[in-house]
Design a protein around this ligand. Structure first.
Ligand code: ASP
Length: 314
């Protein structure tokens, strides 16, 4: 008899969802990444009827997310997805860089089962923590028939890995799908699909196996009033393989920053233009530095790193 694929594997990486504060009314002075993923599950009795397996992969404040943790996470997610009894994966994470981890997993794995990241804006000790509901919702998405790809389940909404951005520093509903439709909503534990599940071609785990110290260095520089390009020359002096320009508007750059970036490009540094705007693409125009399309600066940085990893030998 075939085993039903109804197991949801939960991988804990830390974040505010696992954070604790000395006082229940303290929503900002807490320490992220304190509770284990098993403790998070214990706070959601409604999940007791579901087949779950939990592993603690890391215990980080996601502002400190790093390449080594991404490598372990991608390998672990791939290994669990390959198990026939697994319906999907939930990754508990901090909100600060969850959109980067989501994009990284999307590009490396492009999974045909759901990989659902979730997080919280309030620590587990808050008067009204948002983590338990988000975790409950994430498990429902991971177990839902037809779900696939890397998404973020947060505050009742399911965002795809490419579009999602953290748009608020404090509000409980802190994420938006900035450049298109949501994937779904979760209402009373039921999924209402309103868009499309993320799809794409996986670059594969082999692309990201090189030790972290050998990864290309790609930095983000911003255009702003008075941007004189000195930052670009300083980065070139320390050694940089790529630069993402977070330009103004349609990726526009001050004359001085544009000149410095072109010099860097001529010296062999890869340069793409993105926008510091909260949403929208950068339209490619003849004669201008290459565009990063609709990717935010942080996602363009990951895309460039993955591209450089594919084009340089180890
Ligand atoms: N600094 C925290 C983190 O990203 C913020 C959060 O999770 O909301 O881990």
């Amino acid at each position: 008899m075939q085993t039903p694929a109804d197991l949801v594997v939960i991988l804990g990486t830390g974040g505010t969802i696992a954070g604790t504060a000395a006082s229940a009314s303290d929503g900002v002075g807490y320490t992220a990444g304190q509770l284990r993923v098993q403790d998070l599950l214990a706070a959601v009795p409604a999940l007791s009827s579901q087949r779950l397996e939990a592993h603690q992969l890391a215990q980080l404040d996601s502002k400190d997310m790093d390449v080594a943790t991404w490598q372990r996470l991608a390998a672990e997610v791939a290994a669990h997805l390959a198990r026939p009894e697994v319906a999907g994966i939930v990754v508990t994470h901090g909100t600060d860089t969850v959109e980067e981890t989501a994009y990284f997993l999307h590009r490396v794995l492009a999974p045909s089962k759901p990989v659902v990241l979730t997080a919280a804006m309030r620590p587990a000790t808050a008067l009204a923590p948002d983590g338990p509901q988000n975790l409950f919702d994430a498990v429902q998405v991971a177990a839902a028939p037809g779900a696939k790809g890397v998404v973020l389940a947060f505050a009742g909404r399911v965002h795809d890995a490419v579009q999602v951005r953290k748009v608020h520093s404090y509000r409980v509903d802190a994420f938006e799908s900035v450049d298109g439709a949501l994937v779904a909503r979760v209402e009373e534990g039921r999924l209402r699909v309103v868009g499309r599940w993320p799809a794409g071609e996986a670059l594969g785990l082999e692309r990201v196996t090189r030790p972290a110290v050998q990864w290309p260095r790609v930095e983000i520089v911003m255009n702003h009033a008075g941007a004189d390009g000195a930052i670009v020359r300083a980065l070139q002096a320390v050694g940089v393989d790529g630069l993402i320009a977070a330009g103004t508007g349609n990726g526009t750059l001050s004359r001085a920053l544009d000149a410095a970036l072109r010099e860097a490009e001529a010296a062999g540094v890869r340069v793409w233009r993105s926008t510091r705007c909260d949403a929208g693409p950068v339209m490619a125009l003849p004669g201008l530095l290459p565009s990063a399309g609709a990717l935010s600066p942080v996602k363009a940085r990951i895309e460039m790193i993955l591209s450089l990893l594919g084009s340089t030998s180890s």
